[in-house]
Design a protein around this ligand. Structure first.
Ligand code: RP5
Length: 161
C-alpha cells in the first residue's frame, strides 16, 4: 500500500496533537508517513519535502504547527497537493497565534485550516480521508461507516454524572 498522506509538523512537541490525525488514518486504513519538517529550523527539509511530495505519490498533506506557524502555508507554496493546516495550541496565546498564522493565506495558495488543537488534528485526518474517498469507493464506504458509528454513539438523553 503506497503512502498517500504526509503528516508533517514543526516540532516533536506537536506530535501529541498530530497523532490524532494519524489515529484517524489508522482507523480508516489509510497509509501515511509522519515527519518533523520545520519552516524555521529545517527550511531545506521543507523545500525538498514539498518539491518531491507529489512525485512520491502523496495525495494530501496534513501540516501542524504552533506559534509563528508558517509550515502549512510554506508547504502550500511549494506543492500543488491539498494542504490541510492544523493550528497547534500554544501556551502563550492558546493557539490563536497558530490559527491566524495558518488561515490568512494570500490569494492563490490556500490552506484548508482546521480548528485549534486536538479536534483540529482529528478533523485534519478526516478531511484527508474525505478528499481521498472521492476516488476510492472502498474508502468512501469505510468513512461512511465511521461517521455512522460516531452518530450512533451519541446518546439522545443526557445523564446525570
Ligand atoms: C513551532 O514552534 C512548532 O510547530 C511548535 O508548535 C512550536 C514550538 O516548538 P518547540 O519549541 O516545542 O520545538 O515551530
Amino acid at each position: 500500500m503506497s503512502t498517500v498522506v504526509g503528516i508533517i509538523m514543526g516540532s516533536q512537541s506537536d506530535w501529541p496533537t498530530m497523532r490524532e490525525a494519524a489515529e484517524i488514518l489508522d482507523a480508516l486504513g489509510i497509509s501515511y508517513e509522519a515527519r518533523i519538517v520545520s519552516a524555521h529550523r529545517t527550511p531545506d527539509r521543507l523545500w525538498s519535502y514539498g518539491r518531491e511530495a507529489a512525485g512520491r505519490g502523496l495525495k494530501v498533506i496534513v501540516a501542524g504547527a504552533g506559534g509563528a506557524a508558517h509550515l502549512p502555508g510554506m508547504m502550500a507554496s511549494k506543492t500543488r497537493l491539498p494542504v490541510i493546516g492544523v493550528p497547534v495550541q500554544t501556551r502563550a496565546l492558546s493557539g490563536v497565534d497558530s490559527l491566524y498564522s495558518i488561515v490568512q493565506m494570500p490569494r492563490g495558495f490556500p490552506v484548508a485550516t482546521m480548528a485549534i488543537g486536538a479536534a483540529g488534528a482529528a478533523n485534519g485526518g478526516l478531511m484527508a480521508a474525505s478528499i481521498l474517498a472521492l476516488g476510492d469507493a472502498a474508502l468512501a464506504e469505510r468513512l461512511e461507516a465511521w461517521r455512522a458509528d460516531l452518530s450512533n454513539s451519541i446518546p439522545e438523553v443526557p445523564e446525570d454524572v
